[in-house]
Design a protein around this ligand. Sequence first.
Ligand SMILES: [Zn+2]
Length: 170
Amino acid sequence: MQVLSEFSSEQKPFAFILSCIDSRSPVEIIFDQGIGDLFSARVAGNIINEDILASAEFAVNIVGAKLIMILGHTKCGAMGACLNQTKDGYLKKLIEKIEPTYLKYKNEVDSNAQPQDKLSEYNVLESMQILIDKSDILRQALRDKKIIIAGSIFHLDSGKVEVLRVLDKL
Ligand SMILES: [Zn+2]
């Protein structure tokens, strides 16, 4: 593990990527990145919570990552659980973080041929806004042009990453 020992004393990843736990969306493989290249935060439905915010702030403020990306994906089980109003265990708690977005865009999502995928898109875009609204540190970094924030969807069928929105200023 030559590469690992190279980075054992210091890390300087250029990006922080929040993605879903889905086994079909492994961030390093999708973007062809190696050890030491990315901060990778993964949680079902790539939702934002306080620990994710703290992790992103650490990546930007302490280590100097230049890109924050939220990467949703098609056929996301968490979006499906939200649409099916899953009531099981802690999953219900997680879905409560996606539900406001669903209710906000209910007409657009329900009328779409792929409601699950449409909700994934809105969830990514709303999450970008939540990052800026909640984190003073990330908002300031964006204002100072130290970071850009991108929202993307990984298409499981094609293997392509579609960039939905890029924020490079406030
Ligand atoms: Zn997912």
